[in-house]
Design a protein around this ligand. Structure first.
Ligand code: HEM
Length: 158
């Protein structure tokens, strides 16, 4: 079909291509869903204390990242309340808590930074410390980490 369009008049071919690029299907295929919903994890969402528990967790998480020399350079200049809120939305959505994630996809959100596997591992380690401090049961911690771990494919870019 695109091949056919190339043989039409240039103006017509151009406008056809633009219309196609704007269809939801074309946009949705750009990067994996940054907040894939796992309805079966709704019990885990409760173990995190719902939205209030996730908010407290992510505030702790952000404070610990800012105190960690491996991660502080990345988070130094970002809007902390906004990123904390986006993380809460994302975690709530994936844990079947019914939130809608309104942030960017994981490729886009991290593209401006050089992120190595070691940074990803450091962030997960700090998230585990935050979850321990909040008293989240170990099994529940691992359920969340299992959903987040594959995102290294979109986030690690160096
Ligand atoms: C599983 C791992 C990770 C998850 C789930 C995650 C999730 C997110 C989310 C939801 C946002 C907000 C998106 C938005 O701004 O629209 C964000 C932003 C950000 N992330 Fe990550 N992230 C992860 C790993 C990392 C790592 C390893 C680093 C660097 C060491 C990092 C650095 C940042 C920074 C600096 C921002 C703020 C970007 C900005 O405001 O422009 N993230 N992340």
């Amino acid at each position: 079909m695109l091949g056919t369009a190339q043989f039409a008049t240039p103006a017509f071919a151009q406008s056809t291509t633009e219309t196609q690029a704007e269809t939801p299907a074309a946009t949705a295929s750009a990067a994996p869903n940054p907040a894939p919903v796992h309805p079966e994890l709704a019990g885990v969402f409760e173990q995190f204390g719902g939205v209030a528990g996730l908010t407290a967790l992510n505030e702790e998480f952000m404070a610990l990242m800012l105190a960690d020399p491996r991660l502080e350079p990345y988070f130094r200049n970002v809007d902390h309340p906004r990123v904390t809120r986006q993380l809460t939305e994302q975690f709530c959505a994936v844990l079947g808590g019914g939130c809608t994630y309104s942030g960017r996809d994981m490729v886009e959100a991290h593209a401006a930074f050089k992120i190595e596997r070691a940074h990803f591992n450091a962030l997960v380690e700090v998230l585990q410390v935050a979850m321990n401090k909040r008293g989240i049961p170990f099994r529940a911690q691992n359920k969340l980490l299992a959903v987040l771990a594959p995102m290294h494919r979109e986030i690690v870019n160096d």
